[in-house]
Design a protein around this ligand. Structure first.
Ligand code: NAI
Ligand code: UGA
Length: 450
């Protein structure tokens, strides 16, 4: 089979590469000429574990191609996947200009039956707009070619994208015709070896499923952040509470880790977009409004703890930040809580020494030149003469650090752990003050000299 995947971002590149991996002939298309030229030379635009090797292998096998020329690439394809961005517009609704632009281009250049698949996260009704856009372009050409649209939302997580794509819990596909169902079933058959299902449904339900899934996950996180904040006030430990409730299979132990708010390119924008879609249709998503509010507040929780410890004047102080990306194993900085924390520290006249294993370049790009931010070459360099350490992203290499070295390099033995990766008691015994999320803060028992 042969497909085109339009948009070579986190979703498009992973989708195209994984389809190539199972033997399908794939062309990944992007308007960004540099991205495509780099990909042709084996240089990837994003960091995603395992992706580079898989891209190189499939290019070498002749199954994976890169192009800026959609017109040529879609010829002879069974399906064209639209995987371009759907960023939030000013009012929070998903901006569909890239998706519909691609749909028009497909209509202008297709020359045989094709399934046009929306892989991007798009509001209910978008496939209908895609269908109309393609049909209008065909009409301009006086063409009577037939095509189908399908909605195939993607559920992969950054940092685990390949595993998620190759072994999905489920594949959701909205279709309007048996012919389209047949094409999609054939394409996805190789990914069903672990017994998980393809769930075929109508197109609006598939579109809604994606927003409902992300909103449910965001709700779990905000709920736990709310509980964590209350635990602190009431003298409880959220780590215990989490284990206590997570063992109930009706609740489950995934996505109930409190922290410093969810970030990334999807939860924030998709929650906003669903609230907006509902409002446009005369309905108020009250739970999601609260989810968003809790999340905005949660991004400030670590900063507030810093203020509480050091008093109101942070000017002249230096803070070491471990982690910048919105989650481990990605270089993605979109809506990362680190951005809020850094902005608040700098606004108080403090400076930052930050380290992240892969996201420094992207952080520099987003934060711009600023003398108050120094990027360190490793996690220990970031500590030198800093007033305290803030754990912002739970990269595995931060989990078991050399506490003696931390204690020696920091000016004060204080850790603010935004991801609860350390045990308060252990740190207290080693002479640290420790602040976690939803756990009782501890002050050092005795001053230990290393
Ligand atoms: N990032 C993620 O983990 C997930 C994202 N999604 C959804 O997938 C969609 C894509 O997201 P990302 O991959 O993160 O976006 P991205 O921003 O990383 O990549 C989008 C790509 O599309 C390209 N593009 C834009 N207009 C184009 C056009 N007319 N023709 C060809 N290429 C064009 C851009 O140059 C860019 O390379 C969004 O709707 C997102 O909500 C869904 C599941 C997971
Ligand atoms: O639509 C999307 O783009 C994707 O959005 C999320 O994936 P992603 O944003 O890559 O990362 P997650 O692992 O979901 O983490 C999102 C945010 O929630 C936070 N989080 C996650 C889990 C948790 O228990 N607590 C918590 O605070 C993370 O730190 C991170 O900031 C979903 O998990 C994917 O299923 C979905 O496809």
């Amino acid at each position: 089979m042969k497909i085109a995947v339009v948009g070579t971002g986190y979703v498009g590149l992973v989708t195209g590469t994984c389809f190539a991996e199972v033997g399908i002939d794939v062309t990944c298309i992007d308007v960004n000429v540099k991205k495509i030229e780099d990909l042709k030379h084996g240089i990837l635009p994003i960091y995603e574990p395992g992706l580079e090797e898989m891209v190189l292998r499939n290019v070498e096998k002749g199954r994976l191609h890169f192009s800026t020329d959609l017109a040529t690439a879609i010829q002879g394809c069974d399906a064209a996947f639209i995987a371009v961005g759907t960023p939030p517009g000013e009012d929070g609704s998903a901006d569909l200009k890239y998706v519909l632009g691609v749909a028009r281009e497909i209509g202008q250049h297709m020359n045989d039956y094709l399934v046009v698949v929306t892989k991007s996260t798009v509001p209910v009704g978008t496939a209908k707009k895609v269908k109309q856009a393609v049909a209008e372009e065909l009409e301009k050409r006086n063409s009577n070619l037939t095509f189908d649209v399908a909605s195939n939302p993607e559920f992969l997580k950054e940092g685990a994208a390949i595993e998620d794509f190759l072994k999905p819990d489920r594949i959701v596909i909205g279709v309007e015709s048996e012919k389209a169902e047949e094409v999609m079933r054939k394409l996805y058959k190789p990914f069903l070896l672990n017994g998980h299902p393809i769930i075929f449904m109508d197109v609006p339900s598939a579109e809604m499923t994606k927003y409902a899934a992300n909103s449910m996950l965001a709700t779990k996180i905000s709920f736990m952040n709310d509980i964590a904040n209350l635990c602190e006030i009431m003298g409880a430990d959220v780590n215990m509470v989490r284990r206590g409730i997570g063992s109930d299979t009706r609740i489950g132990n995934k996505f109930i880790y409190p922290g410093i708010g969810y970030g990334g390119s999807c939860f924030p924008k998709d929650v906003k977009a669903l609230i907006k879609t509902a409002a446009e249709n005369g309905y108020q998503m009250q739970i999601l409004q609260a989810v968003e509010l809790v999340n905005e507040n949660q991004k400030e929780v670590l900063f507030n703890k810093v203020k509480k410890h050091f008093g109101s004047d942070l000017s002249g102080k230096t803070f070491a930040l471990w982690g910048l990306s919105f989650k481990p194993k990605t270089d993605d900085m979109r809506e990362a809580p680190s951005l809020v924390i850094i902005e608040k520290l700098l606004a108080e006249g403090a400076s930052v020494q930050a380290y992240d294993p892969v996201a420094i370049k992207e952080a520099q790009h987003m934060l711009g030149d600023n003398d108050s931010i120094v990027y360190s070459k490793d996690e220990y360099e970031a500590l030198i003469d800093a007033d305290a350490l803030l754990i912002v992203t739970e990269w595995p290499e931060f989990r078991s650090p050399n506490y003696q070295v931390i204690g020696k390099l920091l000016k004060n033995k204080v850790i603010f752990d935004g991801r609860n990766i350390y045990e308060a008691k252990d740190l207290q015994e080693m002479g640290f003050a420790y602040y976690g999320i939803g756990v009782q803060e501890v002050q050092p028992v005795t001053e230990t000299t290393f």
